[in-house]
Design a binder for this molecule. Structure first.
Ligand SMILES: [Zn+2]
Length: 82
């Protein structure tokens, strides 16, 4: 994802699909399997993967991978339950 689309919109870095708003990003500090991952609370135009328990900095959380609905690139994670 990059920040160049607009002041508050993030887009898929591959296909420019708009995927979430700046305010919905909880953290950019997470490290995913494919590099830097975003943790977001709400997103659009995405596909949500299977729920999975992961030990994050905030403790054990249920998260799901989110990927772009257009190109299927994994973009980050989404909290399923805090
Ligand atoms: Zn995409």
């Amino acid at each position: 994802m990059d920040e160049l689309v607009g002041p508050r919109l993030y887009s898929c870095y591959k296909c420019r699909n708009h995927v979430c708003l700046h305010d919905d990003i909880i953290s950019k500090a997470f490290q995913g399997r494919h590099g830097r991952a975003f943790l977001i609370s709400l997103a659009m135009n995405i596909a949500v993967g299977p729920k999975e328990d992961r030990n994050l900095m905030t403790g054990l959380n249920t998260v799901a991978d989110i990927s772009c609905a257009d190109c299927s690139e994994v973009l980050g994670w989404k909290y399923e339950r805090a």
